[in-house]
Design a protein around this ligand. Structure first.
Ligand code: SF4
Length: 459
């Protein structure tokens, strides 16, 4: 869970990166960093906090240059400490480079051990630093059967060599003095898109909503296994590990993580999320009075369910958008305070009604139990709880922050036990086939579904 953004050829590179990262804030709220090149040297500013609060105008003014990369962090690998904030800037015998990473490397421990035995000293606990060491230590004598442009002959063989060793999920942006490089792992776990504005500035982003922010047009996805180099001589694509025709794009991005106004994996998140709701209506028709979404996560699936079933959609729960951190210890006399700070039922909508309650996923089940309790106290007659994805039974190792297996309610309890625990009349999860079918189309094949099956494509 991180967001990355890059800009090539714009003197406002740092400010555009700031805006792009703000649009990707949902992908990481812990820390933010921007690295900018003025074609001679790279400067970086990194800090904890949200983009708009943590970075000041003076910080951006100090970052002069026309090529930039940025990162918003949510720690899925490595602890939440300032050393782990990206981009990482490194200097070695072939110049400088800064790197920003979204994803998780699964063979990080063995690579680290190998590198440390060879004398590498790690300054962070982030898996991304493994890339830095692998690039710096790679031998430029290694042969790749790829015809490289002369601008790429120095650095790319080192990067290709690192890619050959690393297993797992990585969408990367690498900033060199005069180049911006985008990399996506051969499985294509995490998204990465390319865009362009009217002035010819090129952008790279985790999701297309960040391109909209800077008034750039979505051009295409970076393909699984692709290395895209952008410099003064244009754009060049390489596939150092060969074409991979069976990508494993993270389906959870469509279910929950990506913004609904984004295009990722060549398709509209909005439409797919709604289709998951329509599919739910086909699989589990229920005689009820009203469809109620758990906001905001369940809204599009609820809309799809309502459209397909003809049962009206109503906002039976209203969300308070102004939740920050609460410093008030939960009061014993106020039940479900943690959920009440965020959601409140509308009695007129739910009282005496048979409700179809819809959310996109059910992970621990504790919040759902509290929401159901609130709806019952507001007078709901029946509650049928439908989830627009299958039971999450396994943790993600590719960069989404799911809890440990033991904390996942569906890994330890049967569906009937979960239904009893949450206290609903019906509990139904969308089938695996139904979820995948909702996201599949001619362009879009090959999804990772490991957190729903426990079957990991690469370990
Ligand atoms: S395990 Fe789940 S969350 Fe992780 S990449 Fe696969 S589908 Fe996405």
């Amino acid at each position: 869970m991180c967001g990355i953004f890059g800009v090539f050829n714009n003197n406002n590179a740092s400010k555009l990166t700031y805006l792009g990262l703000h649009a990707l804030q949902h992908r990481g709220q812990e820390a933010v960093g921007i690295a900018v090149s003025n074609r001679y040297e790279i400067n970086v500013k990194k800090t904890e906090g949200l983009v708009m609060q943590a970075l000041k105008e003076q910080d951006l003014n100090n970052l002069k240059g026309d090529i930039a990369i940025g990162h918003v962090r949510y720690s899925t690998s490595g602890k939440a400490n300032p050393q782990n904030i990206q981009p990482f800037l490194s200097h070695f015998y072939k110049g400088s480079f800064a790197i920003a990473h979204n994803g998780n490397i699964v063979n990080v421990n063995e690579l680290k051990e190998e590198l440390e035995k060879e004398g590498a000293i790690f300054h962070t606990t982030s898996d991304t630093e493994v890339f830095v060491h692998l690039i710096a230590k790679a031998k430029d004598t290694e042969e790749f059967e790829i015809n490289l442009h002369q601008n790429d002959r120095e650095f790319l063989p080192l990067l290709f060599s690192a890619m050959k060793k690393v297993k797992g999920a990585y969408s990367l942006l690498i900033l060199r003095e005069s180049q911006l490089i985008a990399v996506r792992d051969p499985y294509g776990f995490r998204p990465l898109v390319l865009g362009k504005n009217k002035q010819g500035t090129l952008f790279l982003a985790s999701e297309s909503c960040a391109l909209d922010m800077v008034e750039a047009e979505y051009l295409r996805d970076i393909k699984p296994g692709e290395v895209l180099v952008i410099d003064g001589e244009g754009l060049r694509s390489y596939f150092p590990l060969g074409f991979v025709d069976k990508a494993h794009k993270c389906i959870f991005e469509y279910v929950y993580f990506a913004r609904p106004d984004s295009i990722i994996f060549q398709d509209y998140v909005y439409e797919i999320r709604k289709e998951m709701g329509r599919q739910l209506a086909k699989e589990k028709p229920i005689d009820a009075d009203v469809v109620v979404p758990v906001l905001d996560s369940g809204f599009l699936a609820a809309k799809g369910y309502s459209e397909k079933s003809g049962i009206p959609l109503e906002f039976g729960l209203i969300r308070n958008h102004y939740i920050g951190r609460s410093f008030i210890q939960p009061l014993q006399e106020i039940r479900d305070l943690s959920v009440k700070l965020k959601l409140n039922p509308v009695r007129q909508v739910v009282e005496g009604k048979r409700i179809i309650l819809i959310d996109d996923s059910l992970v621990r089940g504790t919040t759902a139990k509290k929401i159901v309790g609130m709806l019952k106290r507001a007078g709901a007659k029946e509650i049928h709880f439908l989830i627009s994805s299958p039971p999450v039974i396994s943790s993600c190792v590719y960069g989404i922050d799911t809890p440990t297996k033991e904390e996942l309610i569906a890994s330890t309890k049967s569906i009937e036990e979960i239904r009893n625990y949450i206290g609903v009349d019906t509990l139904y999860y969308l089938s695996l086939d139904g979820m995948v079918k909702s996201a599949l189309n001619k362009k879009n094949k090959g999804f990772c579904v490991a957190c729903f099956t426990g079957d990991y494509p690469v370990l």
